[in-house]
Each structure stands twice: as structure tokens, then as C-alpha cells.
Write a new protein. Structure first.
Length: 277
């Protein structure tokens, strides 16, 4: 497994669960110094950090791009992939596509989390899920056309009323025509929604494509009460080789959150972790 840390350049997301903020160059420098393999980027659009600039920074600090978030589509632009208004839904698809394309240039998948939206009357939940299914099928196939998977994230009940758990996420993926969509297990959301986090991951098996590495309280892994060893044991058992990406609050400050994350990551990886990788 590989380590990653989040960087947000979305002012409207201030206070959200991202470790580094605003200054991508400083974030890359800190990530490398602390020993991360990659960063995960949360940006307002593909134009926020031009391709050449990010390429140069990643190369300079020997970092990879783990994934790109699309949450700004919701937080900043109020776009939802289950929007009953066809025009707004098309804008949501266009925004998500532009992020998929941007990430793809770095071989990084895009994540659809809060952009799944929420259902509300007069729509039914089933109608909203059907609309979401159409959007995710289209985006999944677009991602496929550029050789990338699409990552879909169940989000806890306080943030969506559509896909909130790994079980519902697996059912949703099974119902898609596109077979190019993987699940994101955000350990903070799972801590709220699952009876047993490790068991939920075991059930999902090869459907897991990305992990947000957060403690019970959404602080860095190690600052809460989540029991990580059984979770990592199951991730190994299901053959997960992707990222544990710290999408956590920047508390008590960015460097402390990042340092606790990498300490916990290295402890969990034990002898499997090659410090030079
Ligand atoms: C939001 O809570 C979250 O976990 C993000 O990764 C989804 O956009
Ligand atoms: Mn997340």
C-alpha cells in the first residue's frame, strides 16, 4: 500500500477535511519531507493548477498524484450528478469529466463523492438513484476511454441520503452498466455507517479502489479511536495495493496531522513498508 496526503486549493471548502491548503508548492515540499508517496488534490477546476506546473512540482519532489477530488463541483458550483434538472446534471457531468481528464493526464483517477448529491421530494430516492446511475455510467465509460478507473465514494448520512455505506455502494456498482467503477472506502464515513469496518471491506473485496485514511473523529490516523490493524489486515487479505490517503482535518496543524498520519502508516505497514519506495 502507498501513502498519500490531501491538498485543497478550494477556498470555499475551508474547514473541510484536507491536510494542506492553498500553497501546492509548500504542500509538495512537506509531503516529500515527511515521506509520503503521493498527494491527492482537491481543486475548483482543472485550470486551478495548470498541468505543467503540477507535473514539475511532482517531479521535483518525487511524488505521484494519487487521485483528484471532484467535491468542489458540489461545494463551490452546487452541481449534483443526481440533479433532476437535465441542464444542471449535464453541467455536473461536464465538470466531473473535466476533472477525470485532468487526473488522467497524471494517471490519477477522479473521485465522485459529494457530487452524488441528495434526493428530495417531489423526486423519489429510486428516481434520484436512477439519475445518478446514468451519470456514473457515462462518467465510468469516459474514464475507461482514457484508461482510468472511476472512483465512487459512499458518504455518511449527514452528507448524502443516496449511497451512504459500503454495502449500498456495492449494490450500486453491481447495478451499473459500466464495469469501470471502484469504491472508495473513507474510514471516517465507514466509522459512522458500518457495524464492522473490517467486515464491510472484506465483503467489498476487489471493488475497493481507493481508501481515505482517517481516524474515528476525522483527525489524522492515530489521533482517534479507530482500531487500524484489523482494517489493514483485511485490506491485505483482499489484495488492496492502492493508497491510504489522509483526507483529515488539518489539526492541530497541517504538519502535525501529516506527521501523525505517516507515523501510523509506517507502523501499520511494518516490515512490508519499504522506506525508499
Ligand atoms: C466528503 O465528506 C468526502 O469524504 C469527500 O472525499 C467526498 O467528496
Ligand atoms: Mn472522503
Amino acid at each position: 500500500m502507498l501513502s498519500a496526503v490531501t491538498v485543497s486549493v478550494v477556498p470555499e471548502a475551508r474547514g473541510g477535511p484536507f491536510v494542506f491548503w492553498d500553497d501546492i508548492s509548500k504542500a509538495c515540499e512537506s509531503a516529500r519531507r515527511l515521506g509520503f508517496d503521493a498527494i491527492e488534490l482537491f481543486a475548483p477546476s482543472p485550470h486551478a493548477i495548470p498541468f505543467d506546473e503540477l507535473s514539475r512540482l511532482l517531479a521535483k519532489h518525487s511524488l505521484r498524484l494519487a487521485a483528484v477530488g471532484t467535491g468542489a463541483g458540489m461545494v463551490k458550483h452546487k452541481l449534483s450528478l443526481s440533479d433532476p434538472d437535465p441542464k444542471r446534471r449535464r453541467e455536473a457531468i461536464q465538470f466531473a469529466s473535466s476533472m477525470i481528464e485532468y487526473g488522467g493526464r497524471f494517471k490519477a483517477p477522479a473521485i465522485i463523492g459529494s457530487m452524488q448529491g441528495r434526493w428530495a421530494l417531489p423526486q423519489s430516492r429510486e428516481q434520484a438513484l436512477e439519475t445518478l446511475r446514468e451519470s456514473i455510467n457515462e462518467l465510468g465509460e469516459f474514464a475507461h476511454s482514457i484508461g482510468m478507473p472511476l472512483i465512487f465514494e459512499p458518504v455518511n448520512r449527514y452528507e448524502t441520503n443516496l449511497v451512504t455505506s459500503v454495502t449500498v455502494g456495492c449494490e450500486f456498482l453491481d447495478s451499473l452498466k459500466s464495469k469501470n467503477v471502484k469504491l472508495l472506502a473513507d474510514l471516517f464515513h465507514l466509522n459512522i455507517e458500518e457495524a464492522n469496518i473490517a467486515e464491510a471491506l472484506r465483503q467489498a473485496g476487489s471493488m475497493i479502489g481507493h481508501v481515505h485514511f482517517a481516524d474515528s473523529n476525522r483527525l489524522a490516523a492515530g489521533f482517534g479511536h479507530t482500531d487500524f490493524p484489523p482494517i489493514v489486515a483485511v485490506l491485505r487479505e483482499i489484495g488492496y495495493e492502492g493508497y491510504l490517503s489522509a483526507e483529515v482535518l488539518s489539526l492541530p496543524d497541517a504538519d502535525a496531522a501529516a506527521a501523525m498520519t505517516i507515523k501510523t502508516f509506517q507502523q501499520l505497514m511494518g516490515s512490508d513498508y519499504d522506506e525508499d519506495s
